[in-house]
Design a protein around this ligand. Structure first.
Ligand code: SF4
Length: 409
């Protein structure tokens, strides 16, 4: 359609590139500077690793890059040949495929590949796949793999659960000290938790600007701008960037500038992004003048429970309170709050073939929320990385029909 509004870029995008570029450059230089490298899951105990001066790398971030670069479908079969089913996490299979083939988007950034790990650290709060994934590398490279086992489908986060997770986190200190060859310092941990909290508060404020009507921000913007909130928790480097982005968004709100001019409908996105199709989907939402104002995914890096006064307990609380490991009734209450806060007209569920952990449509939740809130929903099938599991035409048609339904409501 020729009358589609233009996508609005952010002036702060240059600063975002700088921050991410610096992160990857530091990551590459870390081992030369004598730093030990820890690979960490996206909601793993990164504050502890930073406090112990590890060079911290996140394989899931790398997997998302493989998805966005449309490299995943060629790499997944290599992991399948190692015995990893095509039905399990395509982040895992594309990342392992990338390792086996020796190709990575990091090469475009002047790196030969991810820095070799000295230790791998997981938290199963998001899924079991991360542990299997890290253990494979541990066997390949003969390095230790340690982690935290968080239960799934958590109802109330009580003292017993928090104490258990905090204890498991403290138990990591000794093996990590052995790898780092340095002593743990509680004051450094307090400082990284403080920085992490500052980052998370800024990221939350950024996302909350989308509650304004019209929204100055879409989900498609946020999936790009969230990079530092994922990889630089516990580090001061990303704070000035989020201050700039927040100020830019607040200015947009004050000036009535919409991310999508003529915003006609507001949508909540549940589930994973389609990394290889972000640009195309963003264009279709622009055409439909539909703004995705909030998402489970981007909100997953908000850790309000962090508190430097009680670092272990608060890290335990924060990492057990993420959407993905909560029970369905808690998830429903959460989405209901989001629908109200962001004035949502419709909910879109991505049913990801290889990530059941982040697909919330399979046990009746869309229907229950529709009945409770009177908000229509659409389920789209696909995958975060494996584009062979995504039908572009069908999705396009379904989205169009959903948009028409929302306009009529
Ligand atoms: S949450 Fe989903 S996408 Fe992420 S690592 Fe687990 S299975 Fe993979």
């Amino acid at each position: 359609m020729s009358n589609a509004p233009e996508r609005k870029e952010f002036a702060s995008t240059g600063q975002l590139r700088q921050v991410m570029g610096q992160y990857f450059s530091d990551l590459a230089k870390g081992p030369e500077q004598g730093k030990k490298t820890a690979w960490c899951t996206s909601v793993g105990p990164v504050e502890l690793l930073r406090a112990m001066d590890f060079n911290v790398y996140f394989p899931e971030n790398h997997s998302a890059m493989l998805g966005a670069a449309k490299m995943a479908a060629d790499l997944i079969p290599l992991a399948n040949a190692q015995g990893f089913s095509p039905d399990i996490c395509s982040y895992l299979t594309s990342d392992i495929g990338s390792y086996l083939k020796g190709v990575t988007p990091l090469q475009k950034m002047g790196m030969t590949g991810p820095p070799k790990p000295d230790v791998l650290v997981f938290n199963t709060n998001q899924c079991r796949d991360v542990k299997d994934w890290f253990q494979w590398y541990a066997r390949q490279m003969d390095v230790p793999c340690v982690g935290i086992h968080t239960p799934r489908s958590i109802g109330s986060i009580d003292g017993t659960l928090v104490a258990n997770i905090a204890e498991q986190t403290e138990a990591l200190i000794e093996p990590l000290e052995q790898v780092a060859g340095a002593k743990f310092d509680i004051d450094r941990l307090r400082e990284t938790v403080r920085l992490s909290k500052q980052l998370t508060v800024l990221w939350k404020q950024v996302l909350e600007t989308a509650a304004n009507r019209p929204s100055p921000l879409t989900f498609f913007d946020s999936t790009i701008h969230m990079g530092p909130a994922v990889v630089l928790r516990g580090d001061a480097a990303a704070l000035p960037y989020y201050e700039t982005l927040l100020a830019e968004l607040q200015q947009r709100v004050a000036d009535g500038v919409a991310a999508i001019e003529g915003e006609r409908m507001r949508i909540y996105w549940d589930g994973m992004p389609f990394w290889g199709k972000l640009r195309d989907m963003s264009a279709q939402f622009l055409q439909m003048r539909a703004c995705v104002v909030a998402s489970t995914y981007c909100n997953s890096w908000i850790f309000e429970d962090l508190d430097p006064a009680e670092p272990f307990l608060s890290m335990a609380r924060a990492c057990s309170n993420i959407f993905i490991c909560r029970s369905d009734d808690r998830k429903e209450d959460y989405i209901a709050r989001m629908v109200e806060q962001f004035q949502v007209d419709g909910i879109l569920y991505h049913d990801s073939k290889t990530c059941p952990n982040n697909s919330n449509n399979r046990y009746g939740m869309p229907q229950r929320l529709r009945d409770r809130l009177g908000v229509p929903f659409l389920i789209i099938n696909g995958d975060q990385n494996d584009l062979r599991l995504f039908s572009e035409e069908q999705t396009r048609t379904n989205l169009q029909a959903f948009a028409e339904q929302l306009v009529e409501v």
